[in-house]
Design a protein around this ligand. Structure first.
Ligand code: CAA
Length: 389
């Protein structure tokens, strides 16, 4: 009898600043109804000049290490699509900031917004091989599109840290998984660009195709039926995308679309993403955080996960919520992470968006902006210098 393996603890962090969509709408003359109701977004997290995927990743993971200690963490899998270095894993900076043991393997994973799910599945495999091991999975991203582009309203930033182990207190990851890959150019970011390129309508179509492809494979692998699930966590580039995806799945399965059912299945999962914005690979696990923090009737019940990464790869899998999960949540800390952000006006947002470090290899200290636990203090000789506050 193999032990259950899955998510033992979950914590997230986001940025110092927040831009309400009302400010963006006022700047570009968009009817606010498009943002609030058309795409389902109310505000987006904006990184300070001294925040990045490392500072957010460390801030998300630190509470896990504080609660559980670091014994048994022999692997860190850092998933991102807004990487800061072409060679060195961002996870090594986090490993250092958290003072973890040198007997650790650290690696960075990338496949657009799907990366964290690959990391979770790899982590489950490692724990099955050695049930005494725990794996720290970190998903951290800053989503950036061109100013005044359609994608601009779907930016955001956050990191989620998952502690994966045997006999998990939150979610038991089940087999099988349904997987799907298609070579499409819906969203990509060449190495020389900071902002992503996207074909918005194509990306929505590609996402929906991936939903049905991964579901088809899931059922062919002998997965559960749709009616067994208590809720569904979708990747949420904007929260209305989850609604589009779920309606598509219900139609594909011949269920017809009952809007009460759709709201019941998804409603609680959008609470954090609707005010944080797209956190790329972290977003599906922010959906899980919001679900667990808000629903108290999930003991022993299966939740469906649909992870999509442009390009594209998707995976559908089930996770059964562990009995007593509510005793292990971080609901207050999660709400504080959202509420503590400081609203910025359009001018400040634009300056932060346009900010980038000189590439001359000189000594470039950053503005001391963040009040978070970790900061990027400088770029010196092409090296990123981090500090704990
Ligand atoms: N009141 C209410 N609703 C309104 C409205 C108003 N005044 N004005 C427009 N709307 C509605 C529209 O009807 C539309 O809803 P439906 O899709 O349900 O018809 C919605 O608001 C959006 O309007 P548009 O389609 O006209 O918006 P757009 O073309 O300007 O941009 C977008 C939308 C394509 C999503 C754009 O924000 C974008 O390119 N975002 C980045 C790409 C993205 O997020 N793609 C998602 C799938 S890819 C993925 O998931 C990976 C990833 O993370 C990037």
């Amino acid at each position: 009898n193999e032990p259950a393996v899955g998510i033992h603890d979950l914590s997230f962090a986001t940025t110092e600043f927040v831009l309400p969509h009302t400010v963006l709408a006022e700047h570009n003359g968009t009817d606010i109804g498009k943002y609030h109701h058309g795409i389902g977004q109310w505000s987006m997290s904006v990184a300070a000049a001294d925040e990045d995927i490392v500072t957010m990743g460390a801030a998300a993971a630190a509470p896990l290490v504080r609660r559980h200690g670091s014994d048994g963490i022999r692997t860190i899998l850092f998933a991102t699509e807004s990487s800061i270095d072409q060679a060195k894993s961002a996870g090594i900076y986090v490993h250092s900031l958290l003072g973890l043991d040198s007997a650790t393997r650290v690696v960075e994973l990338k496949q657009a917004c799907y990366g964290a799910t690959a990391a979770l599945q790899f982590a489950v495999g490692l724990v099955r091989r050695d049930p005494g091991q725990r794996v720290l999975v970190i998903a951290s991203d800053v989503s950036k599109y061109e100013l005044d582009s359609p994608g601009e309203a779907t930016q955001g930033a956050a990191a989620v840290a998952l502690l994966v182990g045997a006999d998990p207190a939150l979610v038991r990851v089940e087999e099988p998984s349904g997987v799907f890959t298609a070579d499409v150019m819906d969203f990509w970011r060449p190495n020389y660009r900071e902002a992503a390129l996207v074909d918005g309508q194509e990306s929505i179509g590609a996402y929906l195709l991936a939903v049905q492809g991964s579901w088809k494979d899931y059922t062919e692998q002998g997965g559960r039926t749709l009616d067994e699930f208590a809720a569904f966590c979708y990747h949420q580039p904007f929260t209305k995308m989850a609604y589009k995806a779920h309606r598509h799945l219900l139609n594909y399965c011949g269920h017809g679309v009952d809007e009460d059912r759709v709201s019941r299945d998804l409603g609680p999962t959008t609470a954090y993403n609707s005010v944080i914005g797209n956190s790329y690979t972290a977003s599906v696990y922010l959906a899980l955080a919001a679900l667990l923090d808000q629903r108290d009737d999930l003991d022993d019940r299966p939740v469906g996960f649909l992870s999509y990464g442009s390009g594209s790869v998707a995976e559908f899998f089930a996770g059964t919520v562990a009995p007593g999960y509510r005793d292990h949540l971080r609901t207050t800390a999660h709400r504080d992470a959202i509420d503590r952000r400081k609203p910025v006006d359009y001018v400040r947002y634009r300056a932060l968006h346009e900010h980038s470090f000189p590439t001359d290899g000189g000594d470039h200290p950053t503005l001391a902006d963040t009040t978070g636990p970790f900061r990027l203090a400088a770029l010196r000789g092409h090296k990123r210098i981090y500090e704990t506050r």
